[in-house]
Design a protein around this ligand. Sequence first.
Ligand SMILES: Nc1ncnc2c1ncn2[C@@H]1O[C@H](COP(=O)(O)OP(=O)(O)OP(=O)(O)O)[C@@H](O)[C@H]1O
Length: 505
Amino acid sequence: MSQSAGEKQSGAEKTPSPAAPLIRLTGIAKSFGAVRALRGVDLDIRAGECLGLAGHNGAGKSTLMQVLAGNVLPDEGGLAIGGEDLTARYGVARARAGGVACVFQELSLCPNLSVVENTRIRQPALKGFGWRARAGALITAKLDEIFPGHGIRPTELVSDLALGQRQMVEIASTFAATGEAPRLVILDEPTSSLDASVAAQLLAFVRRFVGAGGSIILISHILGEILSTCDRIAVMSDGRVVDLRPAARFDRHSLVEAMGHVAAHETGEDGEAAAAERSAAPVVASAATPKGGAIRLEARRGEIVGLAGLAGHGQTGLLVLLHNAAYRRSRYARLDGRVAFVAGDRQTDGVFPLWSIGENVTIRSLGALQRFGLIDPARSRRLEEDWQRRIAIRTPDMDNNILTLSGGNQQKALFARALASDADIILMDDPMRGVDIGTKQEVYALVRAEAAKGRTFVWYTTEFDELKSCDHIYVFRAGRIVADLPRHELSERRILQSSFEDEAA
Ligand SMILES: Nc1ncnc2c1ncn2[C@@H]1O[C@H](COP(=O)(O)OP(=O)(O)OP(=O)(O)O)[C@@H](O)[C@H]1O
């Protein structure tokens, strides 16, 4: 068996762990047609550790985890659990028997079933008389343990839950077990739609889980959480593990560098482009909601307006209301200009899953692509290629189906759709979910440049750093705006304070 990546690449590990690794992957390779997603990955996962996995969009992280979960058969390589070579017989059943459980980026809950019914699907042992009560008790106990104060009722339909709540249910039902608890849980961007306080609850639980001897693989593009939570961090690039060290031997700078990004980009939140002349009258204005709540929001031409606060407190609802108002001239809000929407829940509201990447990008620009009443393929191709380059969508061919892209690259395609369009006002619903740090910096710069040209952005985000690009920030609580902070007053403390206490809007 070849040497593990940990042994090869970490100078820090002079005293190797006495125990055999829980799982050992050696030389794992996988191609999808022309795309070489994995090019020979060696990786050990130890009992009682949280191993971080970082890397650019399309680096191969999710594919490697799909191999570990038994969902994807590698073309080459070996896999051993507890020292037993399972390469020839590995699959979903073996992974489960070995105690491997996963929370993937694209949530797997059935939206038309309740939380309890989804729990039953995950736990076939919950059968017979009274299974509903037992499933309800199981999932509620796990939600209480991981996310105290979650407010999710087990009888609720999953489709009625906000994206963040769905993510919480998915995570809790993965850890909930009727029999043996999982030994290794893979968390693929588990905090991408959780607000900071709920994300902190999850990360604290992760530390408790590994403290009790379990193992976690944590994939995240939020560097702070990976640095603070993991024991070791492996960095992937173009299908390989290119660096692996104890987390204490990384800092933000070296992690960004190891990922192949230019570290200087990572910090620059300001770099303000010359501001567009702001209109005196707002181009976006809302004063009420259909439920009667007062939401006084204004955005002027060339402004980037942030929406903050705990997730699920009305931010997405307001964006949807604004979007509807743009088309139906609702009396609750007024928008002067053409509107585009970037969905955060790409699975439900974003991608057209049967279409190519190119079609997904150009769909909002069909009017501009017409020639003599028909779509001009050459113009369409130019637009696709231009945006593939500008926003670095990693694919060999824009004609490939959108679902062949990695999660972060799908999100980039949605961004490209809105930015490529003729919209004057762009509504963004936590749109950076799963986008890597290098691309994020480029997108922030792009948003600022577009605002400087006169476009208006209304931007809901669960990431504090993104609010630094905004001119002013509305903080939401319980469906109302409770504070309006100019950028110079922005601080994490201020946002949290406003999220929990009333301030005059
Ligand atoms: N089913 C598939 N068909 C074709 N290509 C695929 C498929 N699944 C993954 N790929 C490709 O394999 C490469 C690795 O993708 P993967 O999803 O593993 O990346 P990732 O590191 O998880 O990215 P992200 O951070 O965006 O989630 C990408 O180029 C992706 O387009």
